[in-house]
Ligand binder design. Sequence first.
Ligand code: EAX
Length: 324
Amino acid sequence: MKRTWISSIALAALAGLSGVASAQTVLKIGYAVPTNSHYGVGSTVLCDEIEKGTQGRYKCQQFPSSALGGEREMIEAVQLGTLDIVNTSTGPVGNFVPEVKIVDIPFLFRDYDHARRVLDGPIGQDILAKFSSKGLVALAWTENGFRHMTNSKRPIVKPADAAGLKMRTMENKVHMDGYRAFGIAPTPMAFPEVYGALQQGTVDGQENPIPVILASKFAQVQKHLSLTGHVYSPALFITSPRVMGKLSEADKKVFYAAAIKAAAAQRKRVNDDENTGIAQLEKDGMSVVRKVDGQAFRDALREPYASYAKEFGADNIRKIQDFK
Ligand code: EAX
């Protein structure tokens, strides 16, 4: 009697142990800028919420600061299965999911509230549904922010001031077509190369949201900041059917709910950085043009807008612009 009693306790202990040992999956998540950034905040909340909601069965390992390459490479890694999640701007995403490109049109969104309502509403959700046919799963829209121009040569108030500048752009045709209309010579480049290119003068300038300019310490290599706000740059939490296919229905819900919570935290950090970051960049030595001639930039886009209307449908663009 005694022997079986002891062996059954031993068995239960073993089962318990093996149960715990095989329970944890580590998810690798990558993003372009340091942890102390809007992407770091969003990724940390995403990971904390996933770990909490799955009772520790899933936890993350973060790869910030483009440790795994540029955003395009990280999206490819998610498709290949060597990376589980990427927190990326939409910059290169249109090369994988063409339907995303419409949200990259310059001066498409009025302000943050408008952009967030479009993306979280039916128009934005319809775009997320297009990812699955491309071997990707978009968990939620998150946010990079309104993009502004920096350069090492001169203040930019109107397009004529930007004309002739060699500006790094994302690998994004919609952006490049628009920027050419400003007279800019667009130089597409993956984000990890940008700081070096600015430092060596390979390019005169670049354009990014305040949070990215802050987190990447561009004030060290750029003199002029112009608050052009010429493009709203969405971001996305992207994973793969390979990751999602292993989840129970309950865990899938946890992942999607975690992404919504994380997007809210990332958006809040963007607003906080915008409120305090410009003064910080001035303190760091940048000279800031706060009042640019926005109408002149919009007027310069007449031609690109005609080709955007052909590519995306004039009413699809209008639907976004008029969304309340
Ligand atoms: O997503 O490439 C860029 O300029 C992006 O804004 C940056 O990687 C953050």
